[in-house]
Structure formats: structure tokens, C-alpha cells
Design a binder for this molecule. Structure first.
Ligand SMILES: Nc1ncnc2c1ncn2[C@@H]1O[C@H](COP(=O)(O)OP(=O)(O)OP(=O)(O)O)[C@@H](O)[C@H]1O
Ligand SMILES: [Mg+2]
Length: 231
């Protein structure tokens, strides 16, 4: 049996059959405003508070102060673990894409982090020449982070609507070991949120589209309910 990392996100570990698989690279893809940053931060926060696992969050676009202020509305304090040396929050403009590897490796080693988030891989792609290069870059990242004994989330943007694909450049989902898709789309006169485990290498998982909510305590997935497809 493969070793599992409990995400700590209510309901998510049920639809993945027990959590993320240790040392995998997991792609979280979703439309704008779907809750990708909240879900990724929740994974890090749960690691710090429930599982004694240190974390690294690498943000290419949104300022750490902005993310911290947003998740403070859920009661999550990231300053304390950061001051205690259990959490590294890094903001980096990837003008020098090659430096990303060193930045991640050093900050992981520095605090022996087990959970890593890269938000977003779509932003990193803007600095690369083509999707082939992005694919190679994600593959190398996955190898390095596996060696460092990390279980990593990479975030990808996705355009709304059918036939738009599930990632920004159309290669991200092939390199990732597992893929979680967050849909935030109009259904009749309102927006609805639904989540799907698109793939999970080496494991069975729910094939259904499940509803999720962003509540005052963060993201909550409903494993016993089926969502309406918004399309
Ligand atoms: N305290 C809260 N209670 C309920 N919903 C919230 C709360 N805070 C944020 N949200 C919802 O979460 C959304 C933002 O989530 P998040 O920043 O994780 O999205 P994202 O997928 O990362 O978007 P982007 O692609 O723009 O980075 C908001 O648009 C809002 O709908
Ligand atoms: Mg975001």
C-alpha cells in the first residue's frame, strides 16, 4: 500500500481514497476564483497545525501579505509558524526561471518541509518559450521534490467552458501524478462550485463530480453528494 498524506481538507481525503499519495506532484487546476489558493493554503495550514509537517509556499503573483490577510478570515494564522521556522512563504518573480529550482530546494531543506505549493505554474509558463519547456520544467520539479521527500501541489489556471482543456498550456496534467479540478461555473442563474479527481496515478478514486463550498472555516468537499455539471 502506498503511503498517504492527509490533506486536512474536509471531504477531500474521502474522494481520493485517503489523501494525496506521498511524494507525488498534484496539479490543482481551476477557473479564476475557484479557490485554488485557498485550497493550497489549507493544505499547508493543516500540515502545520494537525500533522506536524513543515511547509513551503512559493507564490509567483499574489503577495504573501494578501494571501495571509485573505486566509486570516478563516482564522488561519501563518505568521506564527513562519516566525517559528516551520513555514517559508516566498514571493518570486521568475525572471530567472533557472533560479526557481534553487529557491525551492533551499527553502525546503532549510526547514525540512514536507508540503510544498507552487502558485501558479501558469504564471511560471509566461516566462518560458513554449509548452515543451514548461513540461520539462514541471518534470524536473517533480523529480527534485520527490527526492526531497515532499508532496507538492502545483496550481494551474483553467479557462471556463467546455473544450477549453483543464490547464493553461495543455501539458501540465500529463506531467503531474494526480490532478484535481475545481470548477466554478454558471449553472442557470447562479454560480456553482464542484470538484473532480481527474486522475490519480496508482490509486482508485471517486469518478464523480462533488460539490464543495468555501465556508467561514475554509474549503469543504461533500463526498456523499453529486454536483450538477455547470455546463
Ligand atoms: N471568507 C470567505 N468566505 C467565503 N468565500 C470566500 C471567503 N474568502 C474568499 N472566498 C471566495 O474565494 C474566492 C477566491 O479564492 P482563491 O483566491 O483561492 O481563488 P483562486 O482560484 O486562487 O483564484 P485566482 O485564479 O484568481 O488566483 C473568492 O472569489 C470568494 O468567492
Ligand atoms: Mg489564486
Amino acid at each position: 500500500m502506498e503511503e498517504r498524506i492527509k490533506t486536512g481538507i474536509p471531504g477531500l481525503d474521502e474522494i481520493t481514497n485517503g489523501g494525496f499519495i506521498k511524494n507525488q506532484l498534484i496539479l490543482i487546476s481551476g477557473t479564476s476564483g475557484a479557490g485554488k489558493t485557498i485550497m493550497s493554503t489549507q493544505y499547508i495550514y493543516a500540515g502545520l497545525t494537525q500533522f506536524k509537517e513543515n511547509g513551503v509556499y512559493l507564490s509567483f503573483e499574489e503577495q504573501p501579505e494578501s494571501i495571509k490577510a485573505n486566509v486570516a478570515t478563516f482564522g488561519w494564522d501563518l505568521d506564527t509558524p513562519q516566525n517559528d521556522g516551520r513555514f517559508n512563504f516566498i514571493k518570486y518573480d521568475p525572471y530567472h526561471v533557472e533560479d526557481v529550482f534553487d529557491i525551492i530546494s533551499n527553502s525546503v531543506r532549510d526547514i525540512k518541509a514536507k508540503r510544498v505549493v507552487i502558485d501558479s505554474i501558469s504564471a511560471l509558463g509566461l516566462y518560458l518559450r513554449d509548452p515543451v519547456e514548461l513540461r520539462r520544467m514541471i518534470f524536473n520539479l517533480s523529480m527534485i521534490l520527490r527526492k526531497l521527500d515532499c508532496t507538492t501541489i502545483i496550481v494551474s489556471e483553467m479557462l471556463p467552458g467546455e473544450n477549453k482543456g483543464i490547464s493553461r498550456y495543455g501539458v501540465e496534467e500529463f506531467v503531474a501524478d494526480s490532478v484535481v479540478v475545481l470548477y466554478y461555473e454558471r449553472f442557470q442563474s447562479a454560480f456553482t462550485r464542484s470538484i473532480q479527481i481527474w486522475k490519480s496515478r496508482g490509486s482508485d478514486h471517486s469518478l464523480k463530480l462533488h460539490p464543495y463550498k468555501i465556508t467561514s472555516e475554509g474549503i469543504k468537499v461533500y463526498p456523499d453528494e453529486e454536483a450538477f455539471a455547470g455546463m
